[in-house]
Design a protein around this ligand. Structure first.
Ligand code: ATP
Length: 462
């Protein structure tokens, strides 16, 4: 079973590269650990995922507004939020192969679950007490350096023109939500929002992750899609449960099988949290966190209120009550969703001894919605009419024109990038003004009038 799952991961990684979804960063220079680039189809898929999230979280709601805060922010923000002191993972290094490893992952291998509340010191003690049982997952050696805390914030020298900037660094943001908290008052004062309301943001975050495995599951540069929802403290339970339902449904709407999703409750909460659950996805390497849905109390606004000297109290216009809003947060990575979408969509089948691989992506997510082919490349009358259809349909849908190789080969290519429909203009089309439309998953084909194509696809691609 484990081998099958490893194989699946290998196949997905290989398809992602072969078909232009994901490339290792800086590959021609030997790569750059835990950083990836999205290729031509990858950027389309990632954009479609973000579009779905943005639409459901802002466009279709009256109570959520969007934001795009800068990646660079005052270092004071990261001090106030506790990241400069406490945003760390416990780290060790294998003395034999020099792989850096997270202690919490190592002790998990021997069945000890490090929870949110455990300090790096506590994890280190457990590690030390079990050194004889723990092996390096890379080379199998049992010789590790002593554990130490490793801060995950990525430092930079923006605006530091002289002197030793490492003493006074700025940070690339470690999470997008801090930009939301510090703009809470700006949004409140400049729009008509009233509590309860949310601010949504999609943007890059950076973390010096210690272990960089599992492809795009854990990367050092990644994008987050986050909602911070501001409420009266008495609304916490109701609002929290509501957002849990909404976020679960989001994945079902994207076509995820419910058996591939599960809730994981954080057993020991950090001191400020009221509730914390993660939605886990059944990745080939096991159920792992996809999204966090957390009730964070008033911790974030209180910290920034105190550190900045600003009054973050909300005055309820009806009751006249003043209070610091509590926050319910939903937070998910674009890359993790991307990987889950690929895992969910990857299919293999054997037709008459020939293997077919296809990505069964929902049309909304598919990088290319319709591929248009002339039956033969060397027949100008077919090529020009197919091009006409292509130029017309691409005004509405993301299309691709392909006249290379036999039709079977063109279908295989489109199957592997998850294109839901292929349209072929053949010799009969010259006579009857109809084309063959072939559906990806079933392979079924039907003839559709050229003049009806746009309507036909409007009904299918929603
Ligand atoms: P993990 O326990 O996997 O490190 P986390 O609990 O630190 O994740 P959060 O800080 O809650 O994650 O971030 C919210 C979401 O952002 C995660 O659920 C995940 O989807 C995404 N995310 C976090 N870190 C990374 C990363 N290094 N690479 C890709 N996505 C990430």
């Amino acid at each position: 079973m484990k081998k099958e799952k490893n194989d699946l991961m290998e196949k997905i990684i290989s398809l992602a590269k072969r078909r232009g979804f994901v490339f290792s960063s800086s590959e021609i220079y030997g790569g750059f650990a835990a950083v990836y680039d999205f290729g031509p189809y990858g950027v389309e898929l990632a954009n479609n995922i973000k579009k779905e999230w943005w639409k459901s979280m802002t466009q279709l709601r009256d109570d959520v507004v969007g934001l795009d805060s800068a990646i660079f922010m005052s270092p004071k923000i990261w001090e106030a939020s506790g990241h400069v002191k406490g945003f760390s993972d416990p780290l060790t290094e294998c003395r034999k192969c020099h792989t850096r490893l997270r202690l919490d992952s190592l002790i998990e291998e021997i069945g000890v679950l490090a929870d949110e509340k455990m300090s790096d010191d506590e994890i280190n003690q457990i590690f030390d007490a079990n050194r004889d049982k723990i092996k390096c997952p890379n080379c199998g050696a049992q010789d590790f350096t002593s554990g130490k805390s490793f801060n995950l914030l990525v430092q930079s020298n923006l605006g530091s023109f002289t002197g030793d900037w490492t003493k006074d660094p700025v940070y690339l943001r470690g999470e997008t939500c801090q930009g939301i908290y510090v703009n809470y008052k700006n949004v409140l004062d400049s729009t008509r929002v009233k509590i309860p309301f949310g601010i949504a943001q999609i943007g890059k975050a950076f973390r010096n992750e210690i272990t960089a495995r599992q492809f795009i599951f854990r990367t050092r540069e990644f994008e987050q899609m986050e909602l911070q929802y501001f409420i009266h403290p008495s609304q916490t339970n109701e609002v929290y449960n509501y957002w849990r339902d909404v976020r679960w449904q989001f994945y079902l709407d994207l076509g995820f099988k419910s058996e591939n999703l599960k809730w994981h409750q954080h057993e020991n909460l950090v001191f400020y949290a009221k509730e914390a659950y993660d939605i886990e996805y059944n990745f080939p390497f096991g159920f792992k966190e996809l999204e966090g849905v957390h009730a964070r109390g008033d911790y974030d606004l209180s910290c920034h209120g105190k550190a900045s000297g600003q009054n973050f109290e909300y005055l309820d216009p009806k009751s006249g009550e003043k209070f610091i809003p509590n926050i319910v947060e939903t937070s998910v990575g674009v890359g993790r969703t991307f990987l889950a979408v690929l895992c969910e969509a990857y299919h293999e089948e054997n037709i008459n001894g020939e293997e077919r691989v296809f990505l069964s992506l929902p049309a909304r997510l598919a990088p290319i919605k319709i591929a248009i082919f002339p039956l033969l490349k060397n027949k100008p009358e077919l090529v020009s009419r197919a091009e006409e259809i292509y130029h017309h349909l691409r005004l509405k849908f993301r299309c691709e024109f392909d006249d290379n190789g036999n039709i079977g080969k063109r279908y295989r290519r489109q199957d592997e990038i998850g294109t839901p429909f292929c349209v072929t203009f053949d010799f009969d089309s010259l006579e009857d003004n109809m084309v063959t439309v072939r559906e990806r998953d079933s392979g079924e084909q039907c003839r559709v009038k050229i003049e009806d194509l746009e309507k036909y696809f409007e009904n299918k691609i929603i």
